[in-house]
Design a protein around this ligand. Sequence first.
Ligand code: TNX
Length: 510
Amino acid sequence: VSCASSPAADARPGDGRPAALAPYAQLLPAPASARAAGPGYAVGPGTVIRTGPGGGEEVRRVGELLAEQLRASSGLPLPVVDGAAGDGIRLRLDEGAGGTGAEGYRLEAGPGGVTLSARTPAGLFHAGQTLSQLLPVTGPGTVPGGEITDAPRFAYRGAMLDIARHHFTAEQVKRYVDQLARYKVNTLHLHLTDDQGWRIAIDSWPRLAEYGGGSEVGGGPGGYWTKDQYRDLVAYAGERYVDVVPEIDMPGHVNAAQASYPELNCDGKARERYTGTKVGFSSLCVASERTYEFVDDVLGELAELTPGRYLHIGGDEAHSTPAADYAAFMDRAQRVVARHGKTVVAWHQLATARPAPGAVLQYWGHDKTAASEKAAVAAAAKAGHPLVLSPADRLYLDMKYDAATGPGLAWAGFVPVRRAYDWDPGTHLAAAGVPESAVLGVEAPLWTETIANRADLELMAFPRVLGLAELGWSRGPRDWAEYGRRVAAHGPRLDAQHIAYYRAPDVPWT
Ligand code: TNX
């Protein structure tokens, strides 16, 4: 790794403000290697984006999206043309883009243009995001001469949004996807159901959404997504190389379903809808065959809507399900997922039951999590279960930053920007016996008991989710002071997108 943290471009010694970072030293996430050298390429009124020949439709689409993004910031026309030869911004699929893997890329900038090359369209998309960070926040500008070779540390770089505790629209979620994709996050986990609301239409059980969707924390109207709205969001995310992982939380967190259908309760009586914030009080009726018809119908319809490989089946905080029932239920639910051709993801409590071969566990423990619980997770990891790390005291975006944060919870402690960033996913559970090779990646969940609108979502997510992006993509070395300066350098980019981020006191904003 030879990141030329080029010296400050326009440092003005003695004016008391931190020196501005040169463009290659501002990139977030930091690339595997970057070298500034020689004259750059001026992006101007004559600049074209070249996507061929031979790139195919998908590369053309990546070029169109990049053009749209750069038009918005630069005000330039930036037409997209076929034909690889000539000056401009060139997108090239290149089997030989050495060592960059499924998502990596190369970027070379000189006076004749900028060449982005990658083995896959996803790599080209990520290269485009890097390019946009090398240009000014607004207006035309020059891409400084140099080259980058880049590839991610982890395959899974995720953010989760809980649209069950409070309903968020697909349009609001698209905006979050846009922001995440700029920082090379490639997975959006949607927590679609919980005690307080059921947010996705299921044709074979229509009351789930129609009745069970009509509530949320605090007594608001709730809401749900039609299948078309959901499909549209999945396609939108997919074009930005963000995979959607849908979650139906079971066998607990099911009050909204049990309010919609009496037959989902062992006593055959429908529950009241719930608008509080307690957890662990509901459980599907494990002994009833009707329960498994429900599971099969719901997961079948969801699998049909899901191009990605994963279905998340929850499995957390099933405090009202006896341990033996929990294990029996999870056995059957996992078989249903496999029957529909998908791979299970579940919260790490599944480690205390019988995770099916290939099942991915999402670890959400924290510094005070019992050693026995960590040991169960480590045993599953050693048995071959990939882990997604979401330590609550590092990556829970619903934890308050500090005592001054309005929304949010604090059961895992405060999580300032530094704490969210300054840890290593590769060694986080090493003491419990988890090797780095078991870590599939990282995810930052945003639970929404206390978050009901876009401004609060953005306040809690930004800038901490940039730390998630960097931990997932970059190998380090991590240096908090250096990282803090990069976050500060991105303040104007967040401003330009009107993101209501927290001006956290531990970041040296300018
Ligand atoms: C724990 S983390 C939960 C959620 C809550 C969250 C609040 C997990 C798997 N379950 O039900 O929303 O804490 O921080």
